[in-house]
Design a protein around this ligand. Structure first.
Ligand code: FAD
Length: 443
């Protein structure tokens, strides 16, 4: 089959890699390079060049099973991975620490002083209550008493915080800025999010004990290692600087042949198309075709937040005392929370990555990057469900991390696998990735 994949982020590259040995696959990517939300800056240091992730960076060692299977199938071994204790500091607007999470295994050697107390207990009760939304788990309030009935899965962050006994000061000063910092949204938006999605990052790789840090994985060569493996395998079939402006269907009810209109006026025809661009961009491609436009209306309803990221050497967003520094510092200010990632905590150089969409640009900036992040409101979740149910055209698949679970590298790979399986589940690579996933589920 002739297959077009639109977008060369993790989703599009994975889908193309899965189908390319068995089919004639072409990838159309708007930008001059592949990767999408995966972008790398190579920093010159005394120890040589060090690649640093500007966008996506952290992988769950336990929960990102499809991503790990893909890494192994593309030849990326454990020796290219690094375990990172993801300690967290939350500061007030003046940078004074309100919470510094413990990392019992390393705090003494690294001169860290946790700031925990009742705030930490309340955050723990909130996470337990939210985890308790999954069947088979029991939630406890801040006093350690089991919460009588499991919280409904539609419970918002504000409702889950109330049920867990989180007081207003901890909720507004620590919990909401922390949860808002994942998407860069307002505190009020974080309070209204479905709790199990808002807290999903914290619940993906929970530490075994409250005094331990959550452990995550970084790739030593940055996530570009995977992007490069996938992109290189495509060779000349990856068309860069080739934005798609529209898709039109030639068959009844949006079926094949599908014509892909590119900005340079070309109009190649395909048997199948996978749209792996972000929701808003996908909507623009589908509006011109009367049948496909029904999906465009839904895609346009999915909210995104702009995010500006600075890679810099200025410690201005860190607490005044170094003993309170963590791998991630969330700065609560102006009704928002914005994070700073400190690469030295992950064994890297003394360089920071800060989200500066709503705060002043730091000094000594090495690089700026602009992204958009999907925000998981209750309406977005309902819209996503409708999109999943809408199977107008069996020949056009929507794929993208925004469609599955929380927006992550794992959801990107899972959405790519599901789109590839819709097209040809018996092809060699989708079968191998599915088998690896099922083997993991059994073990
Ligand atoms: C700042 C940031 C930090 C993150 N951190 C993490 C993290 O630590 N861990 C984690 O697991 N996840 C993280 N994520 C989320 C995750 O990495 C992304 O959601 C995932 O990489 C998205 O992959 P994707 O391919 O679905 O979309 P994208 O990466 O957005 O790729 C879509 C591609 O489509 C292309 N495109 C758009 N319009 C067109 C068009 N008209 N024609 C052709 N091509 C088009 C774009 O140029 C882009 O290359 C982060 C995301 C961001 C933005």
């Amino acid at each position: 089959m002739r297959i077009a994949v639109i977008g060369a982020g993790t989703t599009g590259l994975t889908a193309a890699w899965l189908l390319s040995p068995d089919h004639d696959v072409t990838v159309h990517e708007a930008e001059a390079g592949p990767g999408g939300a995966v972008r790398t800056h190579v920093l010159d240091t005394d120890r040589g060049p060090v690649p640093l992730d500007l966008g996506a960076q952290h992988l769950s060692p336990t929960d990102f099973v499809a991503h790990r299977a893909l890494r192994r199938l593309t030849g990326i071994g454990e020796d290219e991975e690094r375990t990172v204790p993801l300690t967290l500091t939350v500061t007030a607007a003046d940078n004074e620490p309100l919470l510094v999470t413990p990392d019992a295994a390393h705090d003494t050697e690294r001169g860290r002083t946790p700031v925990t107390g009742t705030a930490w207990e309340q955050i723990g009760a909130f996470l337990a209550a939210t985890a308790g939304q999954q069947p088979g788990t029991v939630a406890h309030d801040v006093a350690g008493k089991p919460i009588a009935a499991p919280l409904p899965s539609a419970f918002t962050v504000a409702e889950a915080a109330d049920a867990a006994g989180v007081d207003k000061e901890v909720r507004d000063g620590i919990l909401l800025p922390w949860l808002a910092s994942y998407t860069g949204c307002r505190l009020a938006d974080a309070a209204a999010m479905p709790a199990r999605y808002a807290a999903a990052w914290a619940l993906r790789t929970p530490p075994g004990r409250p005094e331990d840090a959550a452990l995550w994985i970084n790739l030593s060569g940055s996530l570009h290692t995977l992007t490069a493996r996938l992109a290189d395998s495509l060779g000349g079939r990856l068309h860069l600087s080739d934005p798609v402006s529209g898709i039109s269907a030639g068959g009844p009810r949006g079926s094949a042949p599908l014509t892909v209109h590119t900005a340079d006026g070309a109009a190649p025809v395909y048997d199948r198309v996978i749209v792996a661009a972000p929701a808003r961009a996908a909507a623009r491609m589908l509006t011109a075709d009367p049948v496909l436009a029904e999906r465009a209306v839904l895609l346009d309803r999915l909210p995104y937040e702009p995010v500006t990221v600075a890679l810099h050497r200025d410690a201005r967003y860190m607490p005044p005392e170094r003993r309170h520094w963590s791998a991630v510092t969330v700065h609560a200010h102006d009704d928002r929370g914005e994070p700073t990632y400190w690469f030295a905590a992950a064994g890297g150089p003394d360089v920071f990555k800060s989200w500066i969409t709503h705060r002043d640009e730091p000094a000594d900036v090495l690089r700026l990057a602009h992204f958009r992040l999907p925000v998981l409101t209750a309406d977005a979740m309902a819209t996503r469900r409708k999109l999943h149910d809408l199977r107008l055209s069996p020949h056009l698949q929507l794929a993208g991390s925004y469609l599955y679970d929380i927006d992550s590298q794992e959801s990107a790979v899972r959405s790519a696998l599901s789109a590839a399986e819709e097209i040809d589940a018996s092809a060699a690579r989708p079968s191998r990735l599915r088998a690896a996933l099922e083997a993991e589920a059994v073990s």
